[in-house]
Ligand binder design. Structure first.
Ligand SMILES: Cc1cc2nc3c(=O)[nH]c(=O)nc-3n(C[C@H](O)[C@H](O)[C@H](O)COP(=O)(O)OP(=O)(O)OC[C@H]3O[C@@H](n4cnc5c(N)ncnc54)[C@H](O)[C@@H]3O)c2cc1C
Length: 309
C-alpha cells in the first residue's frame, strides 16, 4: 500500500505531562485518538496533537519537531489516510484554525488556505463566476490533502489549476513554490516534503449560473458514485490510465470480498467500507487481497490510493 517509507514506533502513553512543546504557547494534547479525525474511523492515537492558531504558532511547532527529530504529519480531512492501531509516534498537526482556512477571490485567481475544505473552495469559485474546479466538488477533504494527492477524476485535477503553493519548511520558514517547481501526476504531487500553507489557483471567468448548474450536476453524479449511508469508507486504488479501478475490481470478481470487518462496497467496488469492529489490519488485508485478485485474473497491478501512516 501507499506507505510512507519512514517507519515509526507505536505511540505509548507518556508518564509525564511535560512535552517538548510546553514553552511554545501552543495547546498540545497527548494521545489524541486519530480515529476521530479520519473517515475510516480506525486507528490509534497521536503521541502529540495540535491545531495551531496561526502560521507563527505552526512555525514554532514545526521547528521544534525538526530540532528534536520528532516525526511530523499534517492531517487534513482524513479521507485518504489509514492510521495503524498502534497510532503515530510523533506530532500530528491539523490546520483547522480560521487563519489556515481563508478563501480570497482575486479574479481570475483564488487564494486559499490549506485547511479550507475543497467543497467550500469550489462553491466560492463558482459563486464568483470562476470555472475550473467544479468537477472536484464531490471530492472530500481539504486543499492541503488535495494538493498532496493531486485530487481529481475524469474531469480534471486540482494540479492543472495551481499557480503556486506556499509551504513551510522544517526550520519554520515559508517558501513560495512557483508552478515550474511543481509536479502533478495522477493522484500524486511532489509536495510530500513540506507542510502546505496555501495556494493560488488560476481559474477562468464564466457565467455563474451556468457554472452552478455544472457544479450541481457533478455533485449529483459524483455523490451517486460514492457509498451512501456511511462515512467509514476509503478509496482503495488509483484509476489506471484509460480505465477505472472500479471496473477492474468488478471484472476480477472481487466485489464481494471481505477481510475481518472490512468489505468491498459492492455497488462502487473501488471503496472499502469499515464495519464497527474493523481494524487497520482488516483494511490492509482486504486491499492486498483485492489487488492480488486483479493481478491474478487480469494481469494488471493496481496502485493503492489510501496512504498508511
Ligand atoms: C468517499 C470518498 C470519495 C473520494 N473521491 C475522490 C475523488 O473523486 N478523487 C480523488 O482524487 N480522491 C478521492 N478521494 C480520496 C480523498 O478524498 C482525496 O485524496 C483528498 O484529496 C484527501 O484530502 P484530505 O484533506 O482528506 O487529506 P488527508 O486524508 O487528511 O491526507 C492525505 C495526505 O495529505 C497530507 N496532507 C494533508 N494536508 C496537508 C498539508 N496542509 N500539508 C502537508 N501535507 C498535508 C497528509 O499528511 C496525507 O499524507 C475520495 C475519498 C473518499 C472517502
Amino acid at each position: 500500500m501507499n506507505q510512507r517509507s519512514r517507519s515509526t514506533p507505536a505511540a505509548e502513553p507518556r508518564l509525564s505531562a511535560a512535552t517538548p512543546f510546553d514553552d511554545l504557547g501552543v495547546a498540545v494534547s497527548c494521545l489524541e485518538p486519530l480515529a476521530h479525525h479520519t473517515w475510516l474511523g480506525i486507528g490509534g492515537a497521536a503521541e502529540f496533537f495540535c491545531e495551531p492558531v496561526d502560521v507563527e504558532a505552526l512555525a514554532r511547532v514545526v521547528k521544534r519537531c525538526h530540532e528534536k527529530n520528532i516525526p511530523l504529519r499534517v492531517i487534513g480531512g482524513g479521507s485518504n489516510v489509514l492510521v495503524p492501531g498502534a497510532g503515530f509516534a510523533g506530532m500530528v498537526v491539523r490546520l483547522s484554525a480560521p487563519s489556515f482556512c481563508g478563501i480570497h477571490v482575486e479574479s481570475p485567481v483564488i487564494r486559499v488556505g490549506a485547511g479550507a475544505k475543497l467543497v467550500h473552495v469550489v462553491s466560492a469559485a463558482v459563486q464568483a463566476g470562476l470555472s475550473g474546479l467544479e468537477t472536484l466538488v464531490d471530492v472530500p477533504g481539504t486543499i492541503g490533502g488535495a494538493l498532496v494527492g493531486n485530487a481529481g477524476g475524469h474531469g480534471g485535477d486540482i494540479g492543472e489549476r495551481v499557480a503556486d503553493v506556499t509551504v513551510m519548511l522544517g526550520d519554520g520558514t515559508l517558501e513560495v513554490r512557483e508552478r515550474a517547481r511543481l509536479a502533478f501526476e495522477a493522484r500524486w504531487s511532489n509536495l510530500d516534503d513540506c507542510t502546505i500553507i496555501g495556494c493560488r489557483l488560476d481559474l477562468d471567468e464564466e457565467d455563474p449560473a451556468l457554472l452552478t448548474k455544472r457544479m450541481q450536476k457533478q455533485w449529483i453524479v459524483g455523490r451517486s458514485a460514492q457509498p451512501s449511508g456511511t462515512r467509514s469508507v476509503a478509496m482503495m486504488f488509483k484509476d489506471p490510465l484509460g480505465t477505472t479501478a472500479e471496473s477492474l475490481v468488478s471484472q476480477a470478481g472481487a466485489r464481494d470480498l471481505r477481510a475481518g470487518d472490512a468489505a468491498v462496497y459492492a455497488p462502487h467496488a473501488n471503496f472499502v467500507v469499515a464495519g464497527p469492529h474493523c481494524s487497520d489490519d482488516d483494511v490492509r488485508t482486504l486491499v492486498e487481497t483485492v489487488r492480488a485478485r486483479v493481478r491474478e485474473k487480469l494481469g494488471i497491478e493496481l496502485t493503492p490510493q489510501i496512504e498508511v501512516w
